[in-house]
Write a protein that binds this ligand. Structure first.
Ligand SMILES: Cc1cc2nc3c(=O)[nH]c(=O)nc-3n(C[C@H](O)[C@H](O)[C@H](O)COP(=O)(O)OP(=O)(O)OC[C@H]3O[C@@H](n4cnc5c(N)ncnc54)[C@H](O)[C@@H]3O)c2cc1C
Length: 484
């Protein structure tokens, strides 16, 4: 039987940052479904937003965040995020992350405020975090270990039931505090930038333990992923490219976003995604950098350049075909300003959580920031809590280990793809009441025996219910007719 003081579920920026901080106060166990690097964090390209430049201000970052979030944001959370931004950057620097001297511009930021290490900033940050946690004697890491259900004792969370590798039996890990850092749910949609592990597991775990989800109808769709599926995901062409002057053009070579918003390519992502989505009905849409100096492209975006080449396109000489894709969950498990859920003993942070920071649409590069700021917040409350008495405190008598059905991976894949198609078509960029109702029925009809399908089905259902409860378009939630 495994006992630990702090159980961290997930190994992206949220999980590893909080693990690093909590290791000062006690023993931490990090479990992660795949390999350590298998996380959306690894693929973040743009960077991390923070007020560090002289000409910037907390007021400006707050205003940009709230304007992008369509005013649906929790203002106290936005202020907390923005004001703790510099501290978050210092923390990353203290573990060896090296940011460039000048920030870059992304959509809806009033001034350049996005700090990057390279054009693969997420990878650089995660590599550094991995180095630090692997060296730490107070942190045990378990890869290929999946949380399947939370352990409930009375109204408290006391750890999780886990599945190791392909084993068919579950086993418990008991913990005094459990921190869900399982990331987003982009994989529930047929087209996404998200890694294979981002199927909304943490949200399903929370709902199964009696918690609600909040703002989950606000799924951010990114307008410019390279239109070529690669192992269940689409490669992102970062907004920073557009910050550098990349244009979105139609098959006739005409820029068309400007017709709908004077900010053009740097208008809010929901508007750009919708406009691209409708234009795709007339023919292909491209990202075009051919007017930009070749050396500048190669020097500023060496990784994106190389990767795009591997897909058969040249950023310098070609128009790159693009598609909008599901990218980010603005909502999730509701938490307070200290990352605590309503369930004692359970925290949530990173993309799985809903702090209220993003409102109805996320400002670019606020999510890496949110993960670090709320890791600091969780560490602060936990530091003040009573240490665990390892023998007495965590014991849960008569624990009943759940039995889960396990189907073959081909079947799981087929059902996941079916769910993905339904969600993309009916709960994607443009939603209608009829489509959402239809999707609800189709989702329930999928025979969910395996826990993985049950989890996905549950979160899809919750997203659709949330969409149906919001009769007017707001932020990323766009319906083409009023619901009756
Ligand atoms: C292509 C791309 C580019 C992006 N660019 C930026 C950017 O420039 N700036 C920015 O701020 N944001 C960006 N984002 C968003 C940002 O990367 C994510 O929101 C952030 O990395 C989420 O971090 P996280 O730690 O919450 O989740 P993740 O990094 O996704 O980590 C989740 C972890 O949980 C594990 N997990 C999931 N379920 C289970 C389970 N049941 N049991 C055990 N482990 C589990 C996963 O395997 C993974 O290790 C980007 C996202 C993508 C996809």
């Amino acid at each position: 039987m495994i006992k630990t003081e702090y159980l961290v579920i997930g190994s992206g920026i949220a999980g590893l940052t909080v693990a690093h901080l909590l290791s000062e106060f006690g023993e931490v166990t990090v479990i992660t479904k795949g390999e350590l690097k298998s996380a959306n964090t690894y693929w973040a390209q743009g960077g991390i937003a923070a007020v560090l430049a002289k000409e910037d201000s907390f007021e400006s970052h707050t205003k940009d965040t709230i304007e992008t979030g369509a005013g649906h944001n929790k203002e106290s959370a936005v202020k907390y995020l923005v004001e703790n931004g510099p501290k978050a950057i210092r923390l990353l620097e203290s573990i060896g992350v090296k940011f460039q001297d000048e920030p870059v511009l992304e959509g809806c930021h009033s001034i350049p405020r996005v700090w990057r290490t390279s054009d693969f900033t997420g990878q650089d940050i995660l590599n550094q975090l991995i180095k630090v946690v692997q060296k730490n004697k107070n942190i045990t890491i378990k890869e290929n270990t999946e949380a399947v259900e939370l352990i409930e004792s009375g109204d408290e969370c006391r750890g999780a039931f886990i599945r190791i590798g392909e084993k068919t039996e579950l086993e418990p890990i008991f913990a005094k505090q459990t921190i869900l850092a399982t990331g987003g749910c982009g994989q529930l949609f047929g087209r996404t930038t998200n890694t294979i592990g981002s199927g909304g597991d943490g949200m399903a775990l929370a709902v199964n333990a009696g918690l609600d989800l909040k703002d989950i109808e606000f799924i951010q769709f990114h307008p410019t992923a390279l239109d070529k599926e690669d192992n269940g995901r689409y490669f992102l062409l970062s907004e920073v490219l557009r910050g550098f002057g990349a244009r979105i053009i139609n098959q006739d070579g005409i820029q068309f976003i400007q017709k709908f918003d004077k900010r053009g390519e740097l208008a809010p992502r929901d508007l750009v995604s919708r406009t691209v989505f409708f234009e795709l009905m007339n023919g292909p849409v491209y990202l075009d950098m051919r007017h930009i100096d070749a050396r500048l492209i190669k020097n500023t975006f060496p990784n994106i350049y190389k990767r795009t080449k591997e897909y058969g396109f040249d950023l310098i000489n070609d128009r790159i075909p693009v598609t909008p894709v599901a990218h980010y969950a603005c909502g999730g498990i509701p938490v307070d300003l200290k990352g605590a859920t309503k369930m004692p003993g359970l925290f949530a942070l990173g993309e799985v959580a809903c702090t209220g920071v993003h409102g109805a649409n996320r400002l670019a590069s606020n999510s890496l920031l949110e993960a670090v700021v709320f890791s600091l917040a969780i560490a602060e409350v936990i530091e003040r809590s009573v240490p665990m008495d390892k023998d007495k405190d965590v014991e849960v008598k008569d624990i009943k280990i759940p039995v889960v059905a396990i189907e073959d991976i081909g079947q799981i894949k087929a059902y996941s793809q079916r769910l993905g198609k339904i969600m993309w078509k009916h709960a994607g960029i443009v939603r209608t009441s009829g489509g959402l109702e239809k999707a609800k029925k189709m989702i329930i009809e999928i025979p969910a025996r395996d826990y993985r399908i049950q989890h996905r089905q549950l979160v899809c259902y919750k997203i659709i219910e949330a969409c149906l409860k919001r009769p007017h378009s707001l932020g990323t939630h766009y319906i083409s007719e009023e619901l009756t």
